[in-house]
Write a protein that binds this ligand. Structure first.
Ligand SMILES: Cc1ncc(COP(=O)(O)O)c(C=O)c1O
Length: 485
């Protein structure tokens, strides 16, 4: 019954209904002092709970009232010992998670295909990353997770590592055997940190991969806003067990968090938790069915392929079927072309596109009609498409992981210069260089540019493969650490 309650949301509504004479910020005072068109568009209900941490409404930085009650209910629903609410997305939760377990110079085992929030976490913490190569899927041109075997080998080679960070599930919905990774790491008393940005819903249905907390991980940064029904930017950081101190996590998270915490976002977390805890299983079941039916239909269409169970192997442990990945390379089109075509022809917006795929998120907000429209568009795409361009093949050989000379933080703060890429071999890189496919950094700050990376980047440029990260997107120049005379 407790999960039916929304202590935070309910208290905000009561505060708004009582209409106290407000002499506190925000200065718009329930919308009276703001642009009328914006006020009317947003509506007075939302504006009446756009509040801040006045005494009756508790304080996210030291919760003891309604926020604490809401966090405790969330912890129960997410099977955590402690849940910390985030109004700064999963990005800040990831940075707090990393800073809670590693100090400058200490090692953190991380997959190579990390999100930029992890790179920032490495810079803020001063940690030295030990990179693990994720499983690469050459057909799809994407990176999956890391295997338990690779974690085990890395821990043997680096017994002084202070933590293992895992992305689970990946953006594309593929999961590793997280429980096994946790088991391996815990045998060595090493905490497991999970970037669970794409997994708020998975713990609520037995047909989905195990959530980080179900798998026994120590910390998990989870975007409730992505797939759990809360407002954009609201996330949670879950903690379990006693390898990481909740007091330390709370302090560090507070250091990184605004003092003007949005109560609309916090209330949306409280309500989303209730919705997931009380309705989640039923709604996710329906979502899985919708997505699986679409997958089956798409797989009958010439030129299109949507991976699922067929990908389960020694290296891909399980997957989230609600992530509908549509591989379009066999049509002779890039994912980006299909993305634009869907927008122009059908007013359909996909979650992402890359060279070979488009990714569609099917969520508890979908129904037969919305998914039916997508399948219909795929049918037309398959029928009508003529090969518009030649899609380049997946590059044969990924480059050797470069030697890490400085920690990302040392490289970030080191004096730098911008030089021609042609002169960069042997120099310490100051920026991230990411090439798609497979969307993993070829160079990270602190790494020495080697010939194999150089050749890979040159090849990517020649084939016009998308490159992200560097300040100069043409990569004629690159930022490196100034050489010592
Ligand atoms: C794998 C991964 N980690 C972390 C994040 C950051 O999450 P947020 O946008 O909630 O800050 C994202 C966002 O897309 C992501 O894809």
């Amino acid at each position: 019954m407790k999960q039916q309650e929304t202590p935070l949301f309910t208290a905000l509504r009561e505060y708004a209904t009582a209409k106290p004479l407000q002499f506190h910020i925000p200065g718009h005072k329930r919308g009276s002092g703001m642009d009328p068109e914006f006020r009317d568009f947003l509506g007075l209900n939302a504006l009446s709970i756009d509040l801040i941490n006045i005494p009756p409404l508790d304080d996210l930085h030291n919760p003891h009232g309604i926020i604490k009650q809401a966090e405790d209910l969330a912890a129960e629903a997410f099977l955590a010992d402690h849940t910390f609410f985030s109004v700064q997305g999963t990005s800040t939760a990831i940075q707090a998670m990393i800073m809670s377990v590693v100090e400058p110079g200490e090692k953190l085992i991380v997959p190579r295909n990390i999100h930029r929030a992890v790179v920032t976490g490495l810079i803020l913490s001063g940690a030295r990353p030990v990179f693990l190569k994720p499983v690469i899927d050459e057909r799809l041109g994407i990176a999956h997770g890391i295997t338990p075997e690779s974690v085990s080998a890395a821990l043997d080679e680096h017994p002084d590592a202070k933590g293992v960070l895992v992305i689970n599930p990946t953006y594309y919905g593929f999961a590793t055997d997280l429980a096994k990774i946790v088991d391996i790491a815990h045998k060595k008393n090493v905490p497991v940190l999970v970037d669970e940005a794409h997994g708020i819903h998975i713990g609520f249905h037995e047909d989905l991969p195990l959530s980080a907390m179900q798998a026994g991980a120590d910390l998990a940064a989870t975007s409730v806003h992505k797939l759990g029904g809360s407002l954009v930017q609201s996330s949670v950081l879950n903690l379990k067990g006693n390898l990481v101190s909740p007091k330390r996590v709370k302090n560090i998270f507070s250091m990184l968090t605004t003092t003007s915490t949005s109560y609309i976002l916090l209330a949306s977390l409280d309500a989303a938790r209730r919705f997931l805890a009380t309705q989640g299983h039923k709604l996710i079941e329906r979502t899985i069915t919708l997505a699986e039916n679409a997958r089956v239909a798409i797989n009958t269409l010439p030129g299109l392929y949507s991976p699922g169970d067929d990908l389960i192997s020694k290296e891909v442990f399980s997957y989230d079927p609600t992530k509908l990945l549509i591989h379009v390379k066999d049509l002779g089109l890039t994912g980006h072309e299909v993305d634009n075509w869907l927008r122009k022809t059908y007013n359909i917006e996909v979650e992402l596109s890359d060279l070979y795929n488009v990714l569609c998120v099917i969520s508890i907000g979908d129904n037969e009609e919305t998914v039916g429209s997508l399948v219909k568009a795929c049918l037309d795409l398959s029928r009508e498409s003529e090969a518009w361009i030649k899609v380049p093949d997946f590059p044969d050989q990924l480059p050797k992981t470069p030697e890490l000379k400085l920690s990302p933080r040392e490289a970030f703060y080191a004096e730098g210069e911008t030089i021609s890429l042609d002169k960069a071999i042997g120099r310490i890189c100051k920026e991230v260089v990411m090439v798609y496919p497979p969307g993993i950094p070829i160079l990270m700050p602190g790494e020495i540019v080697n010939r194999s990376c150089f050749n890979y980047i040159k090849n990517a440029l020649a084939y016009n493969l998308p490159i992200q990260g560097p300040q100069d997107p043409s990569l004629e120049t690159i930022k490196v650490v100034l050489s010592q005379p």
